[in-house]
Structure formats: structure tokens, C-alpha cells
Design a protein around this ligand. Structure first.
Ligand code: ZN
Length: 194
């Protein structure tokens, strides 16, 4: 399983040339990447090949070794779910709206319905996202609580608690706004079975 995020030094991932350079660095074929148009909703889609990037959703589920899932991030949480037993992955883009609208539960339900995934077998990785130090809500804690309530084992939730606002390595939508920047760049988080 590969789970990682691009850094500010890789540039704004909304710019195609920066993306190509980044994929090249990781030796990832850009044609084996699946992404969706994120709409801060709670829809999770199963993918077995790259799909129309205008498909509106906020999470992807896959069990195909030749496919890399990506989400675009700048403060919301990239959440990776991994069911080693069934070799199934899910990558979610979750902010407070997604938390309120059960995006996490939807992903767990879909993994169970499609592959028989049991929450207790899932390993979770939460990527860089805005922390309670810079946001009125503690989205980390809320996500962890929702996962645990759904049956995920606490010890299997990995959250290094990297705040995007504080870290110079990641873009932050709020920080860009506070700094009056015209740009609102994104980094990407990648999840793939290898
Ligand atoms: Zn912070």
C-alpha cells in the first residue's frame, strides 16, 4: 500500500505540468490515476479504471493494483482506508460537511456491501489537514470518533496530526486566504495497492 502526499515544493497540483512532474518522480503512469470532482458531499464511488474526472464524489474505492486513487487537498482530511484481508482501499476527502453527512460511514458501508469488508479489519491513515489549532472544529477527533463508532479499532487509526496551516510542507486554503493570496493551491494525496 502506498499512501503519500505531494508537498508545497512539488507545486500546485491543479497545474498539469506540476502533476506530470510529480507522477514522473513517483514513477506513476498518469493514465493509471483515478480522481473525482470533489463537491464536499458524501458520495463514494467504486472505480476499477480511471473515470471521468468530472464525476462528482468525495471518495473512491478500488481493489485494482494498477490504479492509483488521488484526492486534491488543502485543509480537508485525506482519509485512507485499507482492508488488507480483501485487498481493498478507499480514499476520502472529508471536511466538516462530509463529517456531518456521514461520508465515512458511507465509505465503510460501501466497502462492506461490495467486498465484505469488516471495519475491525481496516487500517486508517489520516493525512495532513487543518488542526484544531487553526480551525473552530477538531475534525481529526470527530473523524476518529466516527471511525471508532463504526467499528474501526482505535489502535489502527494512524493520524500524525500534521496541521496544513502550520506546516510549510502543505498547502492550506485558510492560510492562503488569510495571507490574501490570489492563488488557492492544492496538494494531492495518493493511495494505491502495490
Ligand atoms: Zn494548526
Amino acid at each position: 500500500m502506498i499512501f503519500m502526499s505531494s508537498k508545497t515544493s512539488d507545486g500546485n497540483m491543479m497545474i498539469p505540468s506540476n502533476r506530470s512532474k510529480f507522477f514522473k518522480k513517483l514513477e506513476i503512469n498518469p493514465k493509471s490515476v483515478a480522481e473525482v470532482k470533489q463537491v464536499r458531499g458524501n458520495k463514494i464511488v467504486y472505480v476499477d479504471k480511471p473515470l471521468d474526472p468530472l464525476t462528482e464524489a468525495d471518495g473512491l474505492i478500488a481493489n485494482n493494483k494498477n490504479l492509483f486513487l488521488i484526492v486534491k487537498v488543502a485543509d480537508c482530511m485525506p482519509i485512507a482506508l485499507y482492508d488488507k484481508k480483501h485487498e481493498v482501499i478507499a480514499l476520502l476527502h472529508v471536511g466538516y460537511k462530509g463529517l456531518r453527512n456521514s461520508a465515512i460511514k458511507n465509505a465503510l458501508d460501501k466497502m462492506r456491501e461490495t467486498f465484505g469488508t469488516r471495519p475491525k479489519n481496516i487500517t486508517v491513515n489520516i493525512g495532513p489537514s487543518i488542526g484544531p489549532c487553526h480551525y473552530r472544529m477538531d475534525i481529526w477527533k470527530e473523524a476518529e470518533n466516527q471511525l471508532i463508532r463504526s467499528g474501526v479499532v482505535k489502535e489502527k487509526i494512524e493520524n500524525p496530526r500534521i496541521c496544513t496551516y502550520e506546516s510549510k510542507d502543505y498547502f492550506s486554503h485558510r492560510k492562503s486566504g488569510d495571507e490574501g493570496s490570489k492563488d488557492d493551491p492544492r496538494f494531492i494525496t495518493i493511495l494505491g495497492l502495490i
